[in-house]
Ligand binder design. Structure first.
Ligand code: BEZ
Length: 192
C-alpha cells in the first residue's frame, strides 16, 4: 500500500477554486458513492486511460496486486469522463478511496455545458511505487484475469468501465482491447 492521503490533503488549495469539480475517468464514472451538487459528462485533453497502476487494496492484494487505471499524457488525445461538482469535505472520502499512489492534480475540464473549468483529477504518476507501467494488451489482460481483491474481481472493473463508456457512446480502444482479451480468457476458462 502506498498511501497518499496525507500528501493529498496538503497539495491543492481548494479554497482558491470558485467551484470544486472532480473529474472521474475510471470507477468514478459509474460508482458514485459520494454526494455531489451537480454532475456533467466532460472531457480532458492530452490524456488517455491506461491500466498501468497497481491495485493493492481494491482489485488485488499487497501480495498479489491487480491493475487499475491511471492517465497517460498523449498529445491531442481526448479522454471522456464524468465531472462532479462537490463540496470540500467529500475529498476526505475520495482521498481514502483513491489512496493507493494517486495524487490530486489540477486540470482543465471541458464540461458538457460548454464551460471549461479548472478542477481536480487523481493521477498515478510513473514515480509512484504503485505504478506498474506499460505492458502488452494480452499480458495486461492475463494479469487482470488472475487478480482479485476486497472490491472484487479485477476483470469486473474492466467490464463495468467498458459498459459505462459504451452507455455514453464512447469507444476507448485500450479498454475495449483488454475487455475483448478478458472475454476470450473467460470463455476458455468455462470450456475447461
Ligand atoms: C477515476 O475513476 O477517475 C479514478 C481513477 C483512478 C484513481 C482515482 C480516480
Amino acid at each position: 500500500m502506498h498511501d497518499t492521503q496525507s500528501v493529498n490533503k496538503q497539495r491543492i488549495d481548494l479554497d482558491a477554486l470558485d467551484e470544486i469539480w472532480v473529474f472521474g475517468y475510471g470507477s468514478l464514472i459509474y460508482k458514485v458513492d459520494f454526494p455531489y451538487l451537480e454532475r456533467q459528462t466532460a472531457t480532458i485533453h492530452g490524456w488517455e486511460r491506461r491500466f498501468w497502476m497497481g491495485s493493492h487494496d481494491h482489485r488485488g492484494t499487497p501480495e498479489k496486486p491487480g491493475r487499475v487505471l491511471t492517465l497517460h499524457p498523449v498529445e491531442r488525445a481526448v479522454c471522456f469522463g464524468m465531472a462532479y461538482k462537490i463540496t470540500h469535505d467529500v475529498f476526505e472520502h475520495l482521498d481514502h478511496r483513491e489512496k493507493n499512489g494517486y495524487l490530486r492534480e489540477l486540470i482543465d475540464i471541458a464540461l458538457q455545458d460548454g464551460r471549461t473549468i479548472e478542477g481536480i483529477v487523481y493521477i498515478g504518476h510513473a514515480d509512484s511505487p504503485a505504478y506498474f507501467g506499460p505492458l502488452d494488451i494480452p499480458s495486461l489482460a492475463r494479469h487482470i484475469f488472475d487478480s482479485r481483491g476486497p472490491s472484487g474481481e479485477n476483470r469486473d472493473y474492466v467490464f463495468a468501465l467498458a459498459q459505462a463508456l459504451r452507455q455514453h457512446g464512447v469507444i476507448d480502444e485500450h479498454v475495449v482491447a483488454i475487455e475483448t482479451c478478458l472475454l476470450t480468457l473467460q470463455s476458455k476458462d468455462v470450456e475447461e
